[in-house]
Design a protein around this ligand. Structure first.
Ligand code: KIV
Length: 263
């Protein structure tokens, strides 16, 4: 696979589906690089959930995203690396500039921020500084308290209209792509048809230009994570548990280490 760039990512809309996963550490990033099958990775603020064990992404700090972006960028040569701007790290142009500077200097090729029409001026400002921005609309987890929970978006016609207007405003502001999360598939389709930049869906049906999933969720690392939209492509929870049990048994029974694993 050729190294993914922002212009190439945009050009692929309508040609083939774009594939994205989140990633947070060097070892998983190495596997992603080796598979040569992923177009873009997101160092998502979902690290607050899967790495830090938090209920929401609100406590995630810029330094956390920067730390993980540095780690994954050491392993990646092919996919586009997008780093998430955490909660309250882009509420005005100054904070947005500082956050984006830290993340781009940590190895990101682009940043992602949540919000629609109301964030268009921030997106425009960042893109004017040469920083590619991915938008994120629909169910935006940083606004969980405003939304009243992690609810499906786009059910009411006026909200569907707001999402379409938001996508157009983000595109106009210079966003190169937009994530649509937990949104009715008809609305995600309408958004995808209304703009010329790629839409990347998560829980938004099949009509978006690409898909993103949280790596640990799609690998089945946590048996308690079972969203309707989530397909588990592996059951690593069982694989890892079995490996730990076998290791423990072998140490206790003095089977490991044997001569083969000794000097
Ligand atoms: O933080 C994250 O992982 C995300 C994806 C769910 C799109 O924003």
């Amino acid at each position: 696979m050729k190294r993914m760039t922002v212009p190439r990512f945009k050009r692929l809309k309508g040609k083939r589906k774009l594939v994205m996963v989140t990633v947070y550490d060097y070892t998983f990033a190495k596997l992603i690089e080796a598979c040569q099958c992923i177009d873009a990775v997101l160092v998502g603020d979902s690290l607050g959930n899967v790495i830090q064990g938090l209920d929401t992404t609100l406590p995630v700090e810029v330094q956390h995203i920067a730390y993980h972006t540095k780690a994954v960028s050491r392993a990646l040569g092919t996919p586009l690396i997008v780093a998430d701007m955490p909660f309250m790290s882009y509420y005005n142009k100054d904070t947005a500039a500082k956050t984006a500077e830290v993340l781009m200097k940590s190895g990101a090729h682009a940043v992602k921020l949540e919000g629609g029409v109301e964030k268009a001026d921030i997106v425009k400002f960042l893109t004017q500084q040469g920083i590619p921005v991915m938008g994120h609309i629909g169910m935006t987890p940083q606004s969980v308290n405003m939304l009243g929970g992690y609810k499906i978006q786009g059910k009411r016609p006026e909200l569907a209209e707001y999402l379409i207007e938001s996508a157009k405003a983000l595109q106009e502001a210079g966003a190169f792509s937009i994530v649509i999360e937990t949104t009715k598939k008809e609305v995600a389709k309408a958004i995808t048809e209304a703009i010329s930049i790629p839409t990347i869906g998560i829980g938004a049906g099949k009509h978006t230009d690409g898909q993103v999933l949280v790596l640990y969720d799609m690998l089945g690392m946590d048996p308690d994570i079972n969203f309707t939209f989530l397909k588990k492509y592996a059951n690593l929870a069982d694989t890892i548990t079995n490996a730990l049990q076998t290791y423990s048994k072998e140490v206790r029974e003095e089977i490991f280490p044997d001569d083969e694993h000794s000097f």
